[in-house]
Design a protein. Structure first.
Length: 274
């Protein structure tokens, strides 16, 4: 029996990257998956975002480990589409007891006219987390069986080392810090319902958000930022793998962590311990 047998996980940003890895890894441990992704480009994002074909591949990978999955296209910025995806999952699986607000973007990183990048970053990375929680939590509370919320923050949510103040990166830093405040508030309020809330803080992860041609060009153009020692991990790995974050998610979603709540959980190769 898997460590998450009988649990149902609602995962945003599930079409690829960390979200896909979480879906597959949690399914391997017995969880049913409700997978959500926008599958559309946001103009201020400088790299190609996930597509419906990517989401279909996540479905195939989950089913390939004998997992059960419902996948829907939905935007975490949009209450109606997110609620519709949630209801589709409830119809199939009956409940949600693990929520992974994981959808994330890195808006434009170059200098120039990019004020919209601030608003897009905050809308997806902070408001989208809040909206995902508010979509799932009423049913979790009513069910009365506890549960867990695992918010994807970042090492940049506990430190601003290595970031600059162009609007997209400023929004990323502000939002990743902001979800820590959300986590602490909700962890305090939901403890009486045995619902645990934690944030996970990865260093750089080997996903298309980081490993892409435009970001490589950014590193070349601004080596004092992206190429500086401040961006390097003390452990000699340039990037961790998505499954490294997923393994932490499995632990925090499982009953092994039944009394772990209100914590900032780094998976960062020592990035924050310098």
């Amino acid at each position: 029996m898997g460590r998450l047998e009988g649990k149902v996980a609602f995962i945003t940003g599930a079409a690829r990257g960390q979200g896909r890895s979480h879906a597959v890894r949690l399914a391997e441990e017995g969880a049913a998956i409700i997978a959500v992704d926008i599958c559309e480009q946001i103009p201020s994002v400088f790299y190609p975002m996930a597509t419906k074909e990517d989401l279909d591949e996540t479905v195939a990978l989950v089913e390939g480990v004998d997992g059960r999955i419902v996948a829907r296209v939905a935007d975490v910025r949009d209450k109606v589409s997110l609620q519709s995806a949630y209801e589709a999952g409830i119809r199939e699986f009956g409940h949600v007891d693990t929520v992974l607000p994981n959808a994330g973007i890195m808006p434009v990183i170059n200098e120039g006219e990019q004020e919209q990048a601030w608003f897009d970053g905050i809308d997806v990375l902070l408001t989208g987390v809040w909206r995902t929680m508010e979509t799932c939590l009423p049913g979790m509370i009513d069910r009365g069986r506890g549960g867990s919320v695992l918010i994807t923050s970042s090492a940049a949510g506990l430190s601003s080392i290595g970031l600059n103040t162009v609007p997209g990166q400023a929004a990323y830093s502000a939002a990743k810090h902001g979800v820590v405040g959300l986590m602490r508030l909700y962890a305090s309020q939901l403890a009486k319902h045995m619902i645990r809330v934690n944030t996970i803080h990865p260093t750089g992860v080997n996903t298309p958000m980081v490993v892409n041609e435009p970001y490589g060009a950014f590193v070349q153009e601004f080596p004092e930022i992206a190429g500086s020692p401040n961006y390097q991990n003390p452990m000699p790995v340039p990037l961790v793998e998505p499954v490294d974050i997923s393994n932490a998610m499995v632990y925090l979603a499982s009953d092994e962590a039944r009394y772990v709540t209100g914590v900032t959980f780094p998976v960062d190769a020592g990035y924050l311990n310098r």
